[in-house]
Design a protein around this ligand. Structure first.
Ligand SMILES: [Ca+2]
Length: 400
């Protein structure tokens, strides 16, 4: 199973207040280079604006939105003239890494032809490192995050794709026993229904992240896996353009997910994850194989009593703690009788805004999440991502 580079804000990384129109998880985290440079610079100088961003910038924005935007534009213009990012690595070091990596690939059984063919144009991409360091650009609260990604426009777009590909999608639903609404929701959140697939050269993205020390072992393994898929002619190397972190296709699969779960549904000896048939079948196969249960809820929104012990409040997508039957958790809920139909389901309480959104209430919003929700977390480790996918799925359910 591939671990995805999620888009979950964490309290370990610097906050920033920039946002962008959000169409898919495949989009790079920040709108443009100037903004990244500004953040790097502000952070380096411990500028007073960082202080504001960490405390009450949202409130400040509400009052003086136009003024603040104007000010930021001025700063951007100023720094675009005066600031140049330092190169993160010299070409020499990357070349040494590449030579060494080729030896590793050979040892792992990748053919000489594929090594020469795929790695001859591989480049170090400084932008990928910047994206990696400044992922959590969203300091949107959960409500905003979900509403943006599951709005009417998105539902309409998904319905239109469904009406166009109805026969195929129904066939895949029946074969793999995974609700079409879930598949549509995953595709909608990942790539806005294939509209944003990413344009990065994935071989270079993976090589850059493998060369970089932060998560080298993980990305080295992903790159080797991808080379083997190319070697075995499962994947065509000429279509390998995708997200900055190496995820690919309509459903943003990492190479190890492709290896373990992707399917050549139209039997043309090639897995094409930018095509509807192969990608839908692969997504259905993946989520089913990791344990998806049809017609079982992902989560239920709840209101917590002030007396709920803190140990029950999960804020990290890494591992959900203190899972209990709902009938046990009910003593921490307001209006517990409303949740009786979930009594025997095992769930965990999550409070995704706690610890992360400045000034947020500790107990709102809160959800009890179930095993299906945890499978979406395996797909992409982000509490908000999984909430958005399941919300969009339920919206489709009402429409199809
Ligand atoms: Ca195929």
């Amino acid at each position: 199973m591939a671990e995805r580079v999620g888009f979950e804000p964490t309290n370990e990384l610097p906050r920033c207040w920039f946002s962008r129109p959000v169409l898919s998880t495949a989009q790079p985290p920040l709108l443009n280079e100037k903004r990244i440079k500004l953040i790097l610079l502000l952070r380096k100088n411990n500028n007073i604006l960082i202080y504001f961003s960490n405390t009450s910038l949202n409130k400040l924005f509400m009052i003086t939105n136009k003024m603040a935007k104007f000010l930021i534009k001025l700063i951007l213009i100023f720094y675009s003239f005066s600031f140049f990012a330092q190169a993160n690595a010299s070409d020499d070091k990357f070349e040494i890494w590449l030579k060494n990596f080729k030896n590793i690939a050979r040892d792992k059984g990748v053919s000489e032809n594929t090594i020469n063919d795929t790695l001859q144009n591989v480049k170090f991409l400084p932008k990928v490192i910047e994206y990696d360091r400044y992922q959590p650009e969203f300091y949107e609260d959960t409500h905003t995050y979900i509403s943006k990604r599951t709005n009417k426009k998105k539902v309409k777009k998904g319905l239109s794709l469904y009406s166009k590909e109805k026969n195929l999608i129904n066939k895949i639903e029946n074969k793999f026993l995974v609700e079409k609404e879930l598949l549509l929701a995953l595709m909608g959140i990942e790539t806005n229904f294939g509209n944003y697939l990413g344009k990065m050269d994935i071989l270079s993205s993976l090589a850059t992240l493998s060369f970089d020390k932060r998560r080298s072992a993980f990305f080295t393994n992903e790159l080797i896996t991808l080379l083997k898929l190319i070697d075995n002619r499962v994947i065509d190397k000429n279509i390998l353009f995708g997200s900055w972190a190496g995820a690919f296709g309509n459903f943003q699969f990492m190479p190890s997910t492709i290896k373990n779960y992707a399917i050549d549904f139209n039997n043309n000896s090639n897995i094409e994850l930018k095509k509807i048939d192969d990608s839908f079948a692969s997504a259905a196969n993946y989520i089913k194989k990791i344990g998806w249960k049809t017609n079982s809820p992902c989560f239920v929104k709840v209101e917590l009593k002030e007396s709920v012990p803190k140990i029950y409040l999960n804020t990290s997508a890494r591992k959900l703690k203190n899972k209990k039957k709902v009938k046990y958790l009910k003593k921490f809920l307001k209006n517990p009788d409303n949740y009786s139909s979930y009594d025997n389901m095992i769930g965990a309480i999550i409070t995704p805004d706690k610890d992360i959104i400045p000034g947020s209430s500790n107990l709102k919003p809160a959800y009890i999440v179930f095993s299906n929700y945890e499978l979406i977390l395996k797909w992409n480790r982000s509490l908000r991502f999984a909430l958005a996918v399941c919300t969009l799925k339920d919206k489709f359910k009402n429409e199809i």
